[in-house]
Write a protein that binds this ligand. Sequence first.
Ligand SMILES: Cc1cc2nc3c(=O)[nH]c(=O)nc-3n(C[C@H](O)[C@H](O)[C@H](O)COP(=O)(O)O)c2cc1C
Length: 253
Amino acid sequence: MKLYEITFSPTGGTQKAADILTEALGGQAAAVDLTDGGADFSAVVCAPEDIAVIAVPSFAGRVPDPAARRLASVRGNGARAVLVCVYGNRAYEDTLLELADTAARAGFQVVAAAAALAEHSVLRRFAAGRPDSEDARQLQQFAVQIREKLSAGDRSAPAIPGNRPYRQKGGSGMVPLPGEGCISCGLCARRCPVGAIDPHDPGQVDRERCISCMRCVSLCPRSVRKVSPAALEALEAKLSEVCSRRKSEELYL
Ligand SMILES: Cc1cc2nc3c(=O)[nH]c(=O)nc-3n(C[C@H](O)[C@H](O)[C@H](O)COP(=O)(O)O)c2cc1C
C-alpha cells in the first residue's frame, strides 16, 4: 500500500492542512504537486490498495481549473481517495462535490472528504494563522475515523454537499503586478502555476491565463508584487461580514 499526497496549493495553506491529515493517516507519502504546469500527471499511476489524499483550495466555491484538469489525468486505478477542500472562512459551496466528481473520473474511489480552513490567500486577515492547533486537533481526529473506516475494508462513498450543475466559475479577477523595487528576478514567472507571467518582463501578465491564485504575491522576495489596494478594499468590505465568524472543519465519511 502506497500513500499519495496530491495537492494544488499556490500559497501553502492547502498544503498545511493536507500535511496534517496525511501525517495522521500514516506519514510518509509520495508528493504530487498539481501546481507544476510542466509535469506529466498521467505518469502518476496508483493501484487499488493505495490511498491518496487529494487537496485543493476553494476558488469562488469551485475547484481551480488547472487543479481539476491536472487531477483528471492522474490514473487512480481504484485507489481510495480522501479529499480535502481548503477555504478561507467564507464558504466552499460546490468545491468538494466537484473534486469528488473529478477524482471519480480519474479512477479513484472516494471514501472520505473533509472541508478545512486556512488563511484567506487574498484577504489574509480572514482565517489568519489557520490551520491552528484546534484545526490540527480536528484533522487528526478525522484521520482516526478515516483509518477505522479503511481498516474495516469499507469502500463506501460518503454523501458530499454541493450542487450540480456547479455554481458559475468566478474568481477575484485580481491580477497582481510588480511595483517599484521589482528586480525582474523571474521567480514569480518560474513558479506561476499557469505560466501567466512573462519571464523576461514580469510586468507582462496574460490576464486570460491568470487565476489570481496569489502565488506570485506570496513568494515575491521583495514583497513588491501586489494587487490593487482599491480592489482589495472593495473585496474586504464585501466579504467582511460573511468571513468574520469562525468556521470549523467538516468531515464526510
Ligand atoms: C481566486 C481565489 C478565490 C477564493 N475563493 C474563496 C471562496 O470562495 N471561499 C473561501 O472561503 N475562500 C476563498 N479563497 C481563499 C482560499 O480558498 C484559501 O485561502 C486557501 O487556503 C488558499 O489555498 P493555498 O494557500 O493553498 O493557496 C479564495 C482565494 C483565491 C486566491
